[in-house]
Design a protein around this ligand. Structure first.
Ligand code: NAD
Length: 250
């Protein structure tokens, strides 16, 4: 029996990286996990298999969150396959290498669609169905609280909107006993960062130096924070921006 036995979780972008780490952790804690993915079915099936191998229960759901109506399609498929929802983790997200001076409108729109609009509408669909004690956890980023990485300005804007959304959600859903929080990772060792992070020892050391703990974060370290918020022990924490940057903003 885990602390989440009998609960159902939906984790977006769970085919790899932080989302996979979260899905596996919630699965180990006993939740039945809906593993959402955008395009890589084989990777999503690997996440499902890893959860099952650890004794848990999971299934995968596909939806391209950049497409119009994606949240609706994802939600309908989820409802057809699950018996209610307790934990929604809006993790799927994209970055951009285009900074303030270069970014074009189509890319700006895509960023906001995947990082901000999709979590908003998924939460809107999920909220009425979330059971008492439900949780919404949105994955933001430490860059909403610092300007040290100015090239990330458009990305940070999408995540800042998510931060504000989360605080409002906490107020709107609080009367029903549902909490809403943001978890903000710092630099994490995932595929999206692999190219620059693993380019040289200097790049790795520079990334590690952001954290006062002197290391680069791992998906498991973010998943552990999410697991606390999702657990019964996290019931009195809501509307918070939870720093999971290893002290990068200290
Ligand atoms: P990742 O690229 O490894 O994984 C992102 C996930 O989102 C993937 O599963 C991908 O399939 C999914 N996704 C992306 N676009 C999608 C779309 N159009 N439709 C459906 N799914 C889509 O990234 P990650 O590093 O694991 O990041 C996970 C979350 O954490 C993101 O929201 C990211 O912004 C945030 N974050 C990451 C870091 C970091 O350093 N890695 C730091 C701060 C915040």
């Amino acid at each position: 029996m885990g602390v989440l036995t009998g609960r159902t979780a939906l984790v977006t972008g769970a085919s790899r990286g932080i989302g996979r780490g979260i899905a596996e952790r919630l699965g180990r804690d006993g939740a039945r996990v809906a593993v959402h993915y955008g395009s890589n079915e084989a990777a999503a099936k690997e996440t499902v298999a890893a959860i099952e191998a650890a004794g848990g229960s999971a299934f995968e759901i596909r939806a391209d969150l950049a497409e119009p109506g994606a949240a609706q399609g994802l939600w309908e498929e989820f409802e057809a396959r699950a018996d209610g929802l307790d934990i929604l983790v809006n993790n799927a997200g994209i970055g951009t290498s285009s900074a303030f001076a270069e970014i074009e409108e189509a890319e700006f729109d895509r960023l906001f669609t995947v990082n901000t609009k999709a979590p908003f509408f998924l939460a809107q669909l999920a909220a009425p169905r979330l059971r008492e004690g439900g949780r919404i956890i949105n994955i933001s980023s430490g860059v909403t609280r610092t300007t040290l990485l100015p090239d990330l300005m458009p990305y940070a804007m999408t995540k800042s909107a998510l931060d504000v959304f989360t605080r409002y959600l906490a107020r709107v859903l609080g009367p029903r006993g549902i909490t809403a929080n943001t978890v903000a990772p710092g630099i994490v060792d995932t595929d999206v960062n692999a190219e620059w992070l693993r380019a040289s020892d200097e790049a790795w050391a520079g990334a590690a130096a952001f954290s006062v703990l002197g290391k680069v974060g791992t998906p498991a370290e973010i998943a552990d924070v999410v697991a606390f918020l999702a657990s019964p022990d996290g019931r009195w924490v809501t509307g918070q921006w939870v720093d999971a940057t290893g002290g990068s903003l200290v």
